[in-house]
Design a protein around this ligand. Structure first.
Ligand code: GLC
Length: 815
């Protein structure tokens, strides 16, 4: 006998379905309610919220009442609706801010954003959704369109011709150009066409797709679940978009200085002795280092918030001993909590309902390093607070930084993550994991960051994360996951981290040397040379691979790595300044050339070189056995950092790059601020700063400005005004140079007697510095005031007391 099961639909062959996509239809009415514009169509509508002259939000709604909630990405204080005039004609609804005009066609809902000259910045053609809850919209693309942003993605800088999915995924291998989703999801696209640039940010934490490949004259943005909630962010320059996007989703918090030093990691340093020995080796060899990471083996059978009693029996003692030589520990903390009724964290989590559950109430279990594990539901503030508080275990030991990994969340199963029907409490507005997925990692890092702040008595914490969503920059630095020791992966790290920077993630970097596979001497050298100029600088490698600590390949390699890691420390005042700029303006620490030279067609997809800030051009060597490379210098004059040679920009040059040299150039008429070489960032030494002024040809007039920001480098005191700001100005005149400096803020007083100015340009062959004696280099080192011509490449170095009242000097060039 057969039951009805015999005719189950799925036994009857594949179902033929025609995909129906609905549009809102023609506009039937609109209204304004508390400065929010609700525009209703025949079958759905859109809400418009103007956040400023340059930014507005459009959210599609289907029922009667639009839902205006946002995700955690968006800062609530940025969501205040502003009132702008709206005009209605027979065919159109027209909103006008001081800067843009938004025109909506009544019959089609087609939407156009124009600038004051009537030029079309953006056109959204069709917004539609299907009965299964997916939505998408189509946007015009021009022949000269270029696309940037999207956070952590493989392939080149310009995303034209690419298709990407946002779905945080643990991809151990392969990180190929065709891999559409990695660990982070930042659904922001920056579209540049001609002289116009704008951004679109889709605030949707489920799966979303950006397709710049399939539609010829259009690109599409879609999501498979949840709301179509998109923000238009005006340019006209790319910098404007980045600055505005980061007012919406937040900016990095200035990290403690030690977090931007050199970090050493390995999966795993296996015991206390090995860690101590490693730290001592750095010091013995005079290779600067601030942090050693503890990967999963430090724990007791991978239970978070524990130390292995056999291999790490005295963590407190170890940490104190490391502290004496200026090395800090950053332990890994994954979200998976081992299922073990005798384990306090698990017990507490179950008893207090902190773990993710299905609707029916059963806890979701998945396998990760500790075996079967439960996963905290960070969407519940109660749980987030609990998790944050658990970090007291670490802070009590003197730990100030935490490494969040596997927080996509990664699960060892077919889907690689949590089941989609698991629920997140979401503070009383429950959502499925399918809708919430991309936010999980960020909420873990947020809980971690806030817990650390709570327990660190005014010190700045450091959190590193693998997974994240838009806004993650407020809580954590991001590293790019499990790359490999391939030259191709070194090269790919450049566009990846540059686009992350354009997407708000100013503090990011790859595993230097490559994580999986085996590095080589040359690859480690070239990758470290590049990596010391990336915002986040950590050497990390996997279990079972060749060791890649800086001394692993003999003395020559060790010497080169010492030099370059040392360079990062000498450049710390400069780099720290760029971090401060990122905190204030949202602009990234390292930048693609297109950000600074948007009118130069040769840099739209240039990503085998990059800028540190505005003025230093870094051109890494990313192929083996290569001792020359082509470098593109944009407009202006550029000085070779190594030999001072001047190059006219706007052209390619061939740079010599023997193994110990990575080509670097400084733009003429700018400063680089160098400090003393330290073995760790907070080492207490005389903080003599040398302002290297890179000038041009003799006789050329120019003016250069540098604003040196300084604070204690570790506390939140700077937020209460405890910082100093030294403005240095140089005026190049026909026959010399005027230098002026003054403090515009001086609440922080560095340990410093003297300031130095190094004049690194050819025309300063000699002559005199008014009011200062000529001295020898030795006298300069002994702290005497005066000037000497014995700097690198014959540069003049001036040394003068660092007085709070500032100062000025006139320097005469030789005839
Ligand atoms: C993941 C991380 C890697 C870490 C390893 C063990 O693969 O991406 O960095 O070393 O897990 O914890």
């Amino acid at each position: 006998m057969e039951s009805s099961e015999a005719i189950r639909p799925e036994k009857m062959g594949p179902l033929v379905m025609t995909e129906t996509w609905n549009t809102p239809g023609r506009i039937v009415s609109w209204e304004r309610s508390e400065n929010i514009y609700i525009v209703r169509g025949e079958c759905g509508g859109m809400v418009f919220v103007f956040l400023s002259d340059d930014m507005f939000r459009m959210k599609v709604f289907r029922g009667e009442v639009p839902d205006l909630t946002t995700t955690e990405a968006v800062l609530a204080e940025r969501c205040i609706p502003h009132l702008f005039p709206v005009e209605e004609t027979e065919e159109q609804l027209i909103f006008t801010t001081g800067v843009i005009t938004v025109v909506i066609e009544k019959t089609t809902f087609l939407l156009r954003v124009e600038n004051r000259d009537g030029k079309v910045i953006m056109q959204q053609n069709m917004t539609s959704w299907n009965p299964r809850g997916a939505s998408h919209a189509e946007y015009d693309m021009q022949p000269d369109s270029h696309f940037y942003g999207l956070g952590e993605k493989s392939s080149f800088l310009d995303k034209r011709g690419e298709h990407y999915t946002n779905w945080n995924t643990d991809v151990f291998a392969p990180h190929l150009p065709e891999i559409e989703a990695l660990y982070e999801s930042i659904p922001l696209i920056i579209h540049m066409h001609g002289e116009l640039t704008y951004g679109l940010f889709l605030d949707n934490t489920g799966r979303s797709d950006f397709d710049m490949r399939s539609h010829g004259v259009a690109f599409t943005i879609g999501c498979s679940t949840g709301a179509y909630d998109i923000y238009f962010i005006n340019g006209p320059e790319m910098k404007d978009v980045v600055k505005r996007y980061t007012t919406l989703t937040g900016r990095i918090a200035l990290p403690p200085k030690w977090a931007i030093g050199y970090h050493q990691s390995r999966y795993s340093y296996m015991n206390q002795q090995e860690v101590l020995q490693l730290a001592r080796t750095f010091r013995d060899k005079n290779i600067p280092c601030d942090v050693i990471y503890l990967d999963i083996h430090y724990m007791d059978e991978y239970r978070v918030f524990t130390f292995d009693p056999v291999n790490f029996p005295e963590p407190e003692k170890m940490i104190a001993e490391l502290g004496e030589i200026g090395v800090r520990i950053v332990p890994i903390v994954d979200p998976g909590v081992k299922k073990d009724p005798k384990y306090e964290v698990y017990k507490e989590g179950v008893l207090n309902k902190h773990f993710c559950r299905r609707l029916e109430g059963d806890i979701f279990f998945g396998e990760v390093w500790p075996g079967i594990s439960a996963f905290p539901d960070f969407s519940d503030s109660r749980t987030a607070e609990w998790w944050g508080d658990l970090h007291k275990y670490y802070t009590d030991l003197g730990i100030q930084g935490i490494w969040n990994d596997m927080n996509e969340p990664a699960v060892f199963n077919e889907s690689k993550t949590m089941d989609l029907d698991v629920m997140h409490f979401n503070n009383g507005r429950p959502v499925t994991h399918e809708e919430y997925h991309n936010l999980y990692g960020m909420m873990m890092s947020k809980a971690t960051y806030e817990g650390l702040v709570e327990h660190m008595a005014g010190e700045r914490p450091f959190v590193l994360t693998r997974a994240g969503y838009a806004g993650i920059q407020r809580y954590a630095a991001v590293w790019t996951g499990d790359n490999r020791s391939f030259w191709e992966h070194m090269a790919m790290a450049i566009p990846m981290v540059l686009n992350m920077g354009l997407s708000g993630l100013a503090f990011a970097g790859p595993d230097i040397g490559g994580f999986a596979h085996h590095t080589s001497a040359q690859l480690l050298v070239r990758w470290t040379q590049m990596g010391v100029f990336f915002p986040y600088c950590r050497n990390h490698s996997s279990i079972g691979t060749l060791r890649q600590e800086p001394w692993s390949f003999g003395e020559e390699v060790e010497g080169i790595l010492r030099e370059f890691i040392g360079l990062r420390y000498r450049w710390m005042p400069h780099i720290y300044n760029l971090f401060r700029e990122a905190e204030i303006s949202g602009l990234p620490v390292i930048r693609p050339l297109i950000l600074e030279y948007p009118r130069d067609p040769r840099v739209t997809n240039l990503c085998d070189q990059f800028l540190l800030g505005e003025n230093v051009l870094i051109a890494p060597v990313y192929r083996p056995d290569t001792d020359h490379r082509s470098v593109y210098l944009p407009e202006g004059c550029w000085l070779d950092y190594w030999d001072g040679e001047i190059h006219e920009g706007g052209r390619h040059i061939l740079a010599a790059a023997p193994l110990h040299i990575m080509p670097m150039y400084v733009k003429a008429g700018t400063f680089v601020a160098e400090g003393p070489l330290k073995q760790y960032a907070l080492e207490e030494v005389q903080e003599t700063v040398t302002f290297h002024l890179y000038g041009a040809e003799q006789g050329e007039e120019f003016s250069a400005l540098f604003n040196l920001y300084e604070d204690d480098g570790h506390s939140f005191g700077y937020r209460r005004g405890e910082y100093s700001q030294l403005i240095v100005q140089a005026e190049g005149t026909g026959d010399g140079l005027l230098l002026n400096w003054s403090y515009t803020a001086d609440a922080y007083k560095p340990v410093r007697e003297m300031l130095r100015f190094a004049l690194c340009y050819p025309f300063f062959k000699a002559d005199a510095v008014d009011g200062l004696p000529e001295i020898s280099l030795e006298e300069l080192e002994q702290g005497r005031k005066g000037w000497t011509r014995n700097g690198k490449n014959g540069a003049i170095i001036i040394q003068t007391p660092d007085e709070r009242s500032g100062g000025g000097l006139r320097i005469r060039a030789a005839e």
